[in-house]
Design a protein around this ligand. Structure first.
Ligand code: UDX
Ligand code: ADP
Length: 479
């Protein structure tokens, strides 16, 4: 039988997982490689139906520029389906882009990634693939996942009950896109990293990217370096956020201003000015998970000191959210029981509807436990998603608790009679609020807590409100 890759001519690619990574990545590949047929397959039929929704505003991932690309490519060379068998059977290359959350129980709970979806995926590929197939790890995965995938695939391909011979090449091709800027990150990547041993397969995958990425940006390494580089990139980025957040607390204590400090520090070329915005802590599906994976890996190899070093980044992140909640309670006279508090922004950062690990969830939970009545607004996050995210509170809410939360689609409803506004996500529309109007709607004395430093504190104060900006120390303060 002929090897599908003999001529390095491939025509079908498939991606398992139609999420925040798989959806946008495949949309861009389809848009840039018109001669390829790109199929995105997911076991979640509802999600697939949304990707196929005629109304492009209903596709399940909000990402600037995405709906335009999906509109151009869908049903031409980009297809969304829940038919696993056909998608896998026809594919020359299969990207695995499924979720790998932190394990909730069992060995490695709280640190290691739950590999059940990846394992299931590998088994499905092993069962359904035909001929030679390149399998590409796209999801962020613990180091040495390729080994697991390889073992599962080789056990299925050598199965004596299989009538048709099948072979696989495994590559690691981590995705570095950030949500909110995914399309631009995919079109203009800093680098494309491909790890693997099979040079033929590396060449095939590189050729796809060469359709729009300059060759010098395509980096090849061994499998383990590629997998580890992804974890380390995210750990370094998260480390910068925790570093500046730790300094925000010191600024508040000393009378310095963290914006001025980060600007001064970032102007040093060696440090650079990116990723130095202090805020309520990092969220998103990757940073925490990847650091915890790194910590787990270090502990596994008895590198306790290295593990402790990286773990501290997660601890500072958690502490930042707790510290913000404590400031809110203290400023509202130590009592928020029954008070109305408005949360502006629920996604983990602006320009995405993703709430995974969003700092707003933690802060909301702390406030609810203390008895607050929350009014939550976000331009893109739905009521249903917030209900899922605050499920824990619903379950543990005691009968005596007066705490409650309400979703508000209009900002004016969210701030009405509010004792305090907590700006949790830096959506641009929050920088254009009419503070005179808001001040009239709020209770007196009203507080505004700006955890992203995007609001004009002076204007807010001029409208009779109190203002607290994260990392803004009072320079006149005497120790
Ligand atoms: C991250 C990585 O950037 C990306 O390369 C990887 O593929 C996935 O993880 P993402 O989580 O989508 O992407 O968003 P990112 O822009 O990195 O922000 C992560 C978190 O850090 C957000 O909660 C954001 O608000 C926070 N952050 C970021 C800060 O608090 N300050 C900053 O200066 C930058
Ligand atoms: P990410 O941010 O990594 O893209 P998401 O959770 O947004 O993660 O998306 C992962 C998707 O993978 C989900 O839609 C889920 O239904 C899908 N998925 C997980 N395991 C499988 C599987 N074995 N077969 C098909 N789809 C899967």
């Amino acid at each position: 039988m002929t090897n599908k890759l003999d001529s390095i001519q491939i025509s079908n690619i498939c991606c398992i997982g139609a999420g925040y990574v798989g959806g946008p990545t495949m949309a861009v590949i389809a848009d840039k490689c018109k001669d390829l047929r790109v199929t995105v397959v997911d076991m979640n039929k509802k999600r697939i139906n949304s990707w196929n929704d005629e109304n492009l505003d209903q596709i399940p991932v909000f990402e600037p520029g995405l709906k335009e690309i999906v509109g151009r490519a869908r049903n031409k060379n980009l297809f969304f389906t829940d038919n696993m068998e056909d998608s896998i059977k026809n594919a020359d290359i299969i990207f695995i882009s499924v979720n790998t959350p932190i394990k909730q129980s069992g060995l490695g709970a709280g640190f290691a990634s739950d590999m059940k979806w990846v394992e299931k995926c590998a088994r499905q590929i092993g069962e359904m693939a035909i001929g030679h197939t390149i399998v590409v790890e796209k999801s962020t995965l613990p180091v040495r996942t390729a080994k697991i995938i390889k073992e599962i695939l080789s056990s299925t391909s050598s199965n004596k009950f299989n009538s048709k011979p099948k072979t696989f090449s495994i590559l690691s091709n981590p995705e570095f896109l950030a949500e909110g800027t995914a399309i631009n990150d995919l079109i203009n990547p800093d680098r494309v990293l491909i790890g693997g041993e099979d040079e033929n397969a590396i060449e095939v995958l590189s050729n796809i990217y060469r359709n729009w990425v300059p060759n010098q940006k395509i980096l090849t390494t061994n499998l383990w370096s590629s997998e580890l580089s992804k974890l380390v990139s995210n750990a370094f980025l998260a480390q910068r956020v925790s570093s500046i957040n730790s300094i925000s607390a010191l600024c508040e204590a000393t009378g310095a201003n963290v914006k001025e400090v980060s600007n001064a520090v970032g102007l040093d070329n060696r440090i650079g000015n990116k990723f130095l915005n202090s805020g309520p802590g990092f969220g998103g599906s990757c940073f925490k998970k990847d650091i915890l994976n790194l910590v787990y890996l270090c502990r596994f190899f008895n590198l306790e000191e290295v593990a402790d070093f990286w773990y501290q980044i997660v601890l500072i992140n958690d502490w930042q959210q707790k510290r913000i909640y404590e400031v809110i309670v203290r400023k509202l006279f130590g009592n928020i029981n029954g008070k109305i508090i408005t949360i502006l922004g629920f996604s983990f950062k602006s320009n995405t509807n993703d709430t995974r690990e969003s700092p707003a969830i933690k802060i909301a939970n702390y406030l609810l436990v203390e008895g607050a009545n929350l009014r939550i607004h976000d331009p893109k996050v739905s009521y249903e998603q917030i209900s899922i995210d605050l499920q824990e509170f619903q379950e543990y809410k005691s009968d005596e608790s007066v705490a409650s939360w309400q979703y508000c689609s209009r900002i004016s409803d969210a701030v009405k009679d509010s004792d305090g506004i907590v700006l949790a996500t830096e959506w641009e529309e929050y920088t254009k609020l009419d503070w005179e109007k808001i001040s009239r709607l709020m209770k007196n004395p009203g507080w505004v807590f700006d955890t992203r430093q995007i609001l004009n504190g002076k204007e807010i104060k001029n409208n009779g409100l109190n203002y607290w900006g994260l990392g803004e120390g009072d320079e006149k303060k005497e120790k």
